[in-house]
Design a protein around this ligand. Structure first.
Ligand code: FAD
Ligand code: UDP
Length: 365
């Protein structure tokens, strides 16, 4: 008899939801994480009474009623609605691309005028868009592509828009109404007091060990449990035997400012090519904070190298085909489940990670 039914590697949303469900079904779990805190990338810190999203802004949004009910049964959400502003050399535009954006860009007032402008600007794209540049121009025309997409995207991904997959830009809504809600999803908000509460609830009563790297001690740790759930990078699990998958990383530059309101919005995107950071997050606005001070974070994208946090999978053809080799290998494993953004090498949002963990546990228990 082993000490645990499941050893769960990674205390992010995938690992925590899995552990929660397994425990509910009478299984004994141990959750480990190599970081010195729980929660993976949704971890928050309290700084001067402000909840700070330590690994970048996290806004919960979903169309999945089961997932929304699931998280609301655990914690209370506020009514935050993401409406970022794009800053192009001091010119400000509302996001996502909607009538406010079109009005500021072209002076058009009616949806019909906006559509005509886009039609005229997308003429150069014929046939199915083959990459992000073509996809963007055919969705919102050349001017918006040039001012609000090209610079931001090339900084974010470190690649030219011509070399990026079209699907990345399809994440963003294009709307012919005066509506600045960044998401189309039916449900949206942020847990009151931050995401740590959600993780604490999920892991209530479950044993955890921090500062424990599975890959540094995999034999001894695996021996503790019947099965392993692994949520780290899949290529690292296999010692990069087919080569390294590419990721984008981020450097966060934080500043506590002696002013109550720095930019008037939680997220301001810098869409020009000269400014090196992609966005500034002013954390207090996620919870309508009224503190005397404010805390801001500038996000500088960079190519991932060993030792850095791998934040975004680069889902282009080259990396997808490398990933499928690892994925095929993982299918032959009996006692290990791979799940989450890094182990599945997927540009998953939080709700999708929860849904995918629930799909796994639905089958098992
Ligand atoms: P993670 O949170 O990455 O957890 C994996 C855990 O495994 C980590 O804690 C890691 O330390 C641990 N681990 C890895 N290797 C080992 C090892 N060898 N041993 C022990 N532990 C290990 N989603 C949204 O829905 N809305 C947003 O606004 C949003 N914004 C985002 C902004 C940024 C900058 C980023 C990077 C992501 C954003 N996401 C957002 C996506 C969201 O972060 C993920 O969907 C979710 O956190 C993924 O959960 P996970 O459990 O798969 O992975
Ligand atoms: N994007 C852009 N300009 C913006 C915001 C986003 O060009 O002002 C593009 C960029 O390529 C980005 C993609 O749209 O990677 C998806 O944006 P999203 O906000 O969903 O990115 P994430 O939250 O994953 O960082």
């Amino acid at each position: 008899m082993k000490q645990y039914d499941y050893l769960i590697v990674g205390s992010g949303l995938f690992g925590s939801v899995f552990a929660h469900e397994a425990t509910k079904h009478g299984k004994k779990c141990l959750v480990i994480d190599k970081r010195s805190h729980l929660g993976g990338n949704i971890y928050c810190e309290d700084i001067e009474g402000i909840t700070v999203h330590k690994y970048g802004a996290h806004i919960f949004h979903t169309n999945d009623k089961r997932v929304w009910t699931y998280v609301n049964d655990l914690v209370e959400f506020n009514r935050y609605t993401n409406s970022p502003v794009a800053n192009y050399y001091g010119e400000l535009y509302n996001l996502p691309f909607n009538m406010n954006t079109f009005n500021k860009m072209w002076g058009v007032v009616t949806p019909e005028e906006a559509k005509a402008k886009i039609e005229e600007q997308k003429k150069q794209i014929t046939g199915e868009p083959k990459n992000l540049e073509e996809q963007a121009i055919s969705l919102i025309g050349y001017d918006i592509y040039k001012k609000l997409i090209k610079g931001y995207t090339e900084k974010q991904w470190g690649r030219e828009c011509k070399d990026l997959p079209a699907f990345i830009i399809k994440r963003l809504p294009v709307r012919f109404t005066y509506d600045n809600n960044y998401f189309n999803d039916r449900y949206q908000g942020i847990p009151i007091g931050g995401y740590n509460k959600l993780i604490e609830k999920l892991l209530e009563g479950i044993e955890t060990r921090l500062d424990t790297d599975f890959l540094k001690d995999r034999e001894a740790l695996s021996a503790l449990a019947d099965k392993v759930v692994y949520t780290g990078p899949i290529d690292q699990y296999y010692d990069y035997r087919f080569g390294k998958l590419e990721y984008r990383s981020l450097r966060f530059e934080n500043e506590l400012l002696d002013c109550a309101n720095y930019q008037g919005v939680a997220v301001m995107n810098y869409t020009d090519e000269k400014t090196k950071f992609t966005r500034i997050i002013e954390h207090k606005h996620f919870e309508f904070g009224t503190q005397a001070k404010t805390y801001i974070t500038r996000e500088y994208p960079s190519e991932w190298q060993e030792g850095m946090e791998p934040y975004y999978p680069v889902n282009d053809e080259k990396n997808q085909s490398l990933y499928s080799k690892y994925s095929d290998l993982s299918k032959s494993e009996d006692n290990i489940i791979f799940g989450g953004r890094l182990a599945e090498y997927k540009y998953y949002d939080m709700d999708k990670v929860i849904a995918s963990a629930l799909a796994v546990t639905d089958k098992l228990f």
